[in-house]
Design a protein around this ligand. Structure first.
Ligand code: PHE
Length: 346
């Protein structure tokens, strides 16, 4: 029996050494130390032994069992440590690998300019107004003092849908719509960006669809100097404090007097170059004091109220601000163009 126990111990040690997985090791444990294992069997057979032999074999059997159990525990620790090592190795991250570049979108340059202008006027107490792109003849022309047959309607060749409906040719109809909503009571202070449509042939400076930004202020005691001051603040904020403005007399049926505003040319500093066509000035918007008839038609008492309005092309402002030479760049979605307006850190 002694022999058998010694043999078992050696056998077990060999199996333990061979086990390379925790699962295998567990099988060794069950097969040698389990209830149906050979050691239990030896202990069971002790009844047949003599009284002297019994304690000796019993003690030896316990020794062998303890020795095997210890060996198994030792090996288990080793295998467990190996497992952890393997896991760590398979999960390591190489922090020196270059990262994957994420393409982040950006606002279109036109959107940027429109938002910048909106913010500027919101800062001056204006609210943003909107109106429909498909407009009635009444709001696009009549309510702006352009009755049917008025020669100034020729200025804006229009896309008509029916006799009475057209794609708006400017954002000025929003003036009339907003004033109507106010029910003859001031103050009105709005800025209105939006798409407008004209039957122009597209070229570097013309587009049949473009973006306008309209401004309107109506209240008691609004004067031409308020218009001038507002436009000056706008021009300097948009193009730089060193820019000068100048107002030239002009004509719009819905303003009286009417002006066009120029800003001094930054490129030549006023001396004359091709950007300003040799004049030293660049035209950027139309404006004027709201015509009394326009106030009256939209329900305002023109004896009590006065107002000013202005309208500009957003593309033109963006072109001057960013030095863009062709209006078509805004609409063709060439990624090489758009990428030039990404923040510099990307
Ligand atoms: N609506 C005019 C245009 O499209 C611009 C303008 C707006 C002029 C408001 C005066 C006042 O040309």
């Amino acid at each position: 029996m002694k022999e058998r126990l010694k043999e078992l111990e050696l056998e077990a040690i060999e199996k333990i050494n061979q086990a390379s997985e925790l699962k295998e090791l567990n099988e060794v444990r069950v097969s040698f130390l389990g209830k149906k294992g050979p050691i239990t069997e030896v202990l069971r057979g002790m009844g047949k032994l003599s009284v002297e032999e019994r304690p000796v074999i019993g003690a030896l059997a316990n020794e062998v069992r303890t020795a095997i159990a210890e060996k198994i525990d030792e090996k288990q620790k080793i295998l467990e440590a190996e497992l952890v090592q393997r896991k760590l190795a398979s999960e390591t991250i190489d922090v020196t690998l270059p990262g994957r570049r994420v393409n982040i979108g950006n606002h279109h340059p036109l959107t940027k300019v429109v938002e910048e202008i909106e913010d500027l006027f919101i800062g001056l107490g204006y609210t943003v107004a909107e109106g429909p792109e498909v407009e009635t003849d009444y709001y696009n022309f009549e309510a702006l003092n352009l009755p049917k047959g008025h020669p100034a309607r020729d200025m804006q060749d229009s896309f008509y849908i029916t006799e009475e409906l057209l794609m708006r040719t400017h954002t000025s109809p929003v003036q009339a719509r907003t004033m109507e909503k106010h029910g003859g009571k001031g103050p009105v202070k709005i800025i209105c960006p939006g798409k407008v449509f004209r039957r122009d042939n597209d070229d570097a400076t013309h587009s049949h669809q473009f973006m306008q930004i309209e401004g309107l202020v109506v209240d008691e005691n609004i004067r031409m100097s308020d218009l001038k001051g507002t436009l000056e603040v706008f021009a300097k904020k948009m193009f730089g404090e060193d820019r000068e403005i100048r107002l030239r007399p002009s004509f719009f049926p819905f303003t009286e007097p009417s002006v066009e505003m120029d800003i001094s040319c930054k490129i030549c500093g006023g001396k004359g170059c091709n950007v300003c066509k040799g004049t030293g000035w660049i035209e950027i918007l139309g404006a004027g004091m709201v015509h009394p008839r326009v106030l009256e038609m939209s329900g305002f008492d023109s004896k009590k109220y006065t107002g000013f309005a202005f309208g500009m092309g957003a593309e033109r402002i963006a072109m001057l601000k960013y030095g863009i030479d062709d209006i078509r760049h805004f609409y063709t979605n060439d990624i090489r163009f758009l990428k030039q307006f990404l923040p510099t850190d990307r």
